[in-house]
Design a protein around this ligand. Structure first.
Ligand SMILES: Cc1cc2nc3c(=O)[nH]c(=O)nc-3n(C[C@H](O)[C@H](O)[C@H](O)COP(=O)(O)OP(=O)(O)OC[C@H]3O[C@@H](n4cnc5c(N)ncnc54)[C@H](O)[C@@H]3O)c2cc1C
Length: 416
């Protein structure tokens, strides 16, 4: 016999957990199904940076040629891609290349800015109200540059952000040394995105998961969703390894695995997995005072209490979280080009995670036009932690039929 519930959420990453939080706050009954442990997937070992400043999508002019140039340097490249003749992958690549233009950037900025701002406010509220101790700090994220031309390009990008209300501070070579003493003399300048913040994502999501249980969520861990029963434009049943669930609403938030989980739905969900890596060490003798982004190398450095995490590399991949040590070594090498670091590091963890990436660099959030009780929330790429709380709020608003906090039409799946 089917298990009855009000709302079923598929996936217990940042997106699924935040959806559960806002739905429970709105008084709904929530069941969450996660194939592993909640908060332990691609959302846990990431850089923990909450970056409302990231309003320029991945699909932007010049990115394709830059990516090819990077790939010529296999040792240090921040980018990689699998080779596959799978038509879905090839179509995704074509759509991505076609989106790398200024029109796409202009279209993407308003929704990314709106959800980024909403999420930042919500993050601060959740952490304060729930009294989460999760190494949260509101000091900004500091971009660093070794190359004068890259610094100039960074300033130009910063001007675009400023135009859209994002606070930035440009720091020349002298100012940056005073601002962040841990950096090397070769750094020519930096830009502090002062409205950004950071957390330890694993700790934050663990606390969020515990809070959801206290609020009454029914959480099924080690339970896989295997398919859907479909009847007359509706999801009649969600098939799982723990039995079939019948729900008023189904929220699909399975990150990079969403197209696989949703295959019975026969929807075009163009989400491609983009693997990245992290290495976490015990606090070195000299800790950066705030998170850093190493401009040319695209590596993030994130202080998290008594830990320091380095993250980097974006490779279009299969849904596979195997850690490639070669890239961990490359990330460490990049960090040493920007900041002081002792020779021997006390490595606590190496990790790989998957960014669910859409071809236009904008998430998919909205009610499906084909199945009246289905909401899709995925495709947050490099921003799934940052944008989790805003996504949770607007999904809850969609469920209750309330007016959304901002215009969701640019996020609808039907745009593809
Ligand atoms: C190296 C790296 C650094 C990053 N740094 C940042 C950062 O600083 N800030 C930021 O905002 N973002 C960052 N990100 C991106 C962020 O981690 C992702 O966008 C985010 O994890 C996506 O969240 P999600 O909930 O959509 O997916 P996930 O976290 O992947 O959650 C999806 C869940 O669905 C579950 N699932 C899949 N299939 C099934 C099934 N059949 N049945 C049941 N459950 C299933 C999975 O097990 C998983 O737990 C980074 C990513 C990487 C790789």
């Amino acid at each position: 016999m089917a298990i009855q519930t009000d709302i079923i959420i598929v996936g217990g990453g940042s997106v699924g957990l935040h959806c559960a939080y806002y739905l429970l706050k709105a008084g709904r009954k929530v069941t969450l199904v996660e194939q592993n442990q909640i908060g332990d997937g691609s959302s846990s070992g990431n850089a923990g940076q909450i970056v409302p400043s990231h309003i320029i999508p991945l699909a932007a002019p010049g990115i394709v040629s830059t990516a090819f140039k990077w790939m010529l340097d296999s040792k240090n490249s921040p980018f990689g891609m699998k080779f596959s003749l799978d038509p879905t992958y090839i179509l995704w690549l074509i759509k991505f290349a076609a989106s790398c233009n200024d029109a796409n950037v202009q279209q993407a900025i308003p929704p990314l800015n709106a959800i980024g701002q909403l999420s930042t406010t919500n993050f601060s509220q959740i952490i304060t109200q729930e009294k989460f101790e999760c190494a949260y700090q509101e000091k900004g994220v500091l971009f660093l540059y070794k190359d004068a031309k890259a610094f100039e390009d960074g300033i130009e990008e910063g001007k675009v952000m400023q135009k859209h209300g994002i606070p930035i501070e440009v720091l020349d070579q002298e100012a940056i040394r005073k601002f962040e003493p841990v950096i090397l003399d070769s750094i020519v300048g930096g830009i502090n995105m002062s409205g950004d913040s950071n957390v330890n994502p694993a700790v934050y999501l663990k606390l969020l998961g515990e809070r959801l249980r206290e609020m009454g969520a029914e959480i099924y861990e080690n339970t896989s969703v295997t398919g859907f029963d479909l009847v007359a434009g509706k999801i009649q049943g969600v098939k799982t390894s723990a039995g079939v669930f019948e729900a008023n609403e189904v929220i699909l938030a399975a990150g990079a695995a969403t197209p696989i989980v949703g295959r019975d739905l026969r929807l075009n969900i163009p989400v491609q997995s983009a693997r990245g890596y992290s290495m976490t060490i015990s606090a070195p003798k000299k800790m950066p005072r705030q998170p850093l982004l190493l401009g040319e190398r695209r590596v993030a450095v994130s202080p998290m209490g008594d830990l320091l995490r380095f993250t980097g590399r974006l490779e279009l991949s299969n849904v596979d979280r195997t850690v490639n040590q070669k890239h961990i070594v490359g990330i460490e090498r990049a960090v040493r080009e920007y900041m002081q670091l002792e020779e021997k590091l006390d490595v606590k963890e190496t990790w790989a995670g998957l960014r669910p990436t859409t071809p236009d660099g904008v998430p998919i959030i909205g009610r499906s036009a084909r199945y009246k009780n289905l909401i899709i929330a995925t495709g947050h790429a490099m921003l799934g932690l940052s944008l989790g709380p805003g996504t949770g709020q607007v999904v809850s608003e969609l469920v209750s039929g309330q007016k959304s906090a901002f215009d969701l039409s640019p996020l609808r799946i039907e745009r593809f």
